[in-house]
Design a protein around this ligand. Structure first.
Ligand code: ATP
Length: 428
């Protein structure tokens, strides 16, 4: 397994103006490909620092991937540093210049002469063409280390890495890719998830957690030699611990409890279920202000199962357009069980759909009361047979409450479609 170091170059990266997504992305790719990524280093636009780091990494790494600093401006110092560190002359590559010139010409521009600098690369290096931008990359062997230099712009760097570097890496080393299995959950906080995972027999499998609101992901990184039967037992154990909060598994065995093996977001899973069951959905949103509809319509093909929505923000819209009972509204207020149920039933009836979802709550920062504090959200799902309701208390700012409330609403439907316990059920 080759030892890899990732090197990110640039003043804006060390000063935090640019978040180093290149290192994160490369690490994920390389780890999955079966490399041992040992470290990330970041250097600013200082020639001496760059030379020092380049010399240091070659002492222990088999592979170094360096991004940034290949551009035409005076602060782009990578090639100069390579030349100094490894005593290699910078040579002019006429083919590279032709490619750069035609890149400009295809977008109707004339190449500024400053770009000639991009066609200079260290002696003994091999060019990596850049069809997505101007600066080509290159590779070179320095003693035992294979060094790769790529432009910093992610949309150029990524296809160059996937198209040229990864295949070359696989030729140089006998890579055994690790397998990554992702469990996608919603509705339970990260600490509660970790509690559920306490004592899981993991062997050599690395377990990590990631929150991407409104989802929490549990990831297994599985070394290639792990026995399939042991892995299957582990996956089923994790799935059982996650219970009804688990909605999809990516990269795992095809049948694990109710989890959708096709993966994807909560909306995609619900969309697939609705399509399979030949059912349709409409939404009535108060505190989520249209976010549920936005999430659902982000899924290609949503028109097969999503009919439409009403942002019923004002109480008059709730009663006038959706037929919510005015006595309920006056007696219980808009953030209440009878009103949210009335909204779900109303939208289902107005839009002639199989299901109707509704939200009504206090997203804050103002408007909370003692019995209905900020974060209180009533959710309802109207079905052909009955209307379900639950009340949730979310914490955080307005945006977080709206995100969690819209996901909880969609999750209410997912649970119903998959015959899982609804929130508040002791078996949840
Ligand atoms: P070019 O000159 O062709 O733009 P370059 O190799 O000179 O490429 P840089 O000038 O270092 O690259 O960076 C160009 C842009 O790429 C930066 O402004 C930034 O937006 C992005 N970038 C650079 N390094 C990183 C990084 N480590 N992670 C994410 N983005 C980066």
């Amino acid at each position: 397994m080759p030892i890899v170091e990732i090197l990110s170059q640039g003043h804006e990266v060390v000063t935090g103006q640019t978040v180093d997504t290149n290192a994160a992305w490369l690490s994920t790719q390389l780890t999955e490909a079966g490399c041992d990524v040992r470290g990330h280093r970041t250097v600013g636009d200082d020639l001496g620092d760059l030379v020092e780091v380049l010399c240091a990494v070659t002492r222990h790494a088999d592979v170094v991937i360096c991004t940034g600093g290949l551009g035409p401006t005076t602060d782009d110092l990578t090639s100069q540093a390579v030349s100094q560190a490894f005593k290699r002359e910078l040579l002019f590559d006429a083919q590279a210049l032709d490619a750069i010139r035609s890149y400009f010409e295809t977008s109707g521009r004339t190449m500024p002469e400053i770009n000639r600098k991009l066609a200079m690369r260290p002696s003994g290096s091999e060019r990596i063409d850049n069809a997505w931008g101007t600066a080509p990359g290159y590779t070179l062997n320095e003693q035992q280390t294979w060094m790769v230099f790529l432009p910093g712009v992610p949309r150029e760097m990524r296809p160059m890495f996937l198209g040229s570097v990864l295949p070359a890496l696989a030729e140089r080393y006998d890579l055994s890719p690790a397998r990554r299995i992702t469990f996608r959950t919603t509705g339970m906080g990260e600490s509660s998830l970790q509690e559920r995972m306490a004592g899981v027999e993991r062997g050599e499998v690395v377990i990590s957690y990631r929150t991407i609101l409104p989802e929490n992901h549990i990831k297994l990184l599985v070394p290639p030699h792990v026995d399939e039967a042991d892995l299957s037992a582990l996956v089923h154990d994790v799935a059982a611990r996650l219970g009804s909060y688990l909605f999809a598994i990516e990269g795992g065995p095809s049948t694990v409890a109710h989890a959708d093996p096709e993966g994807g977001s909560l909306e995609e899973v619900v969309g697939r279920e609705l399509a399979t069951q030949n059912a349709t959905l409409s939404v009535a949103e108060s505190c989520t202000g249209g976010q549920i509809a936005t999430r659902l319509t982000a899924i290609p093909g949503a028109s097969r199962w999503f009919t439409g929505g009403v942002v019923a923000y004002d109480n008059e819209v709730k009663c006038g357009q959706l037929g919510v009972n005015r006595d309920h509204m006056n007696a219980e207020g808009a953030v209440s069980e009878p009103v949210v149920k009335g909204m779900a039933e109303g939208v289902r009836s107005v839009m002639h759909t199989t299901f109707g979802l509704a939200t009504s709550g206090v997203a804050g920062p103002d408007g909370g009361t003692l019995d209905k504090p900020v974060g209180t959200v009533h959710l309802a799902l109207a079905t052909p047979d009955e209307t379900f309701h639950c009340v949730r208390r979310f914490s955080g700012d307005r945006a977080r409450i709206q995100t969690l409330a819209s996901a909880a609403s969609i999750d209410l439907l997912r649970r119903h479609l998959q015959n899982l316990p609804l929130p508040g059920d002791p078996h949840e």
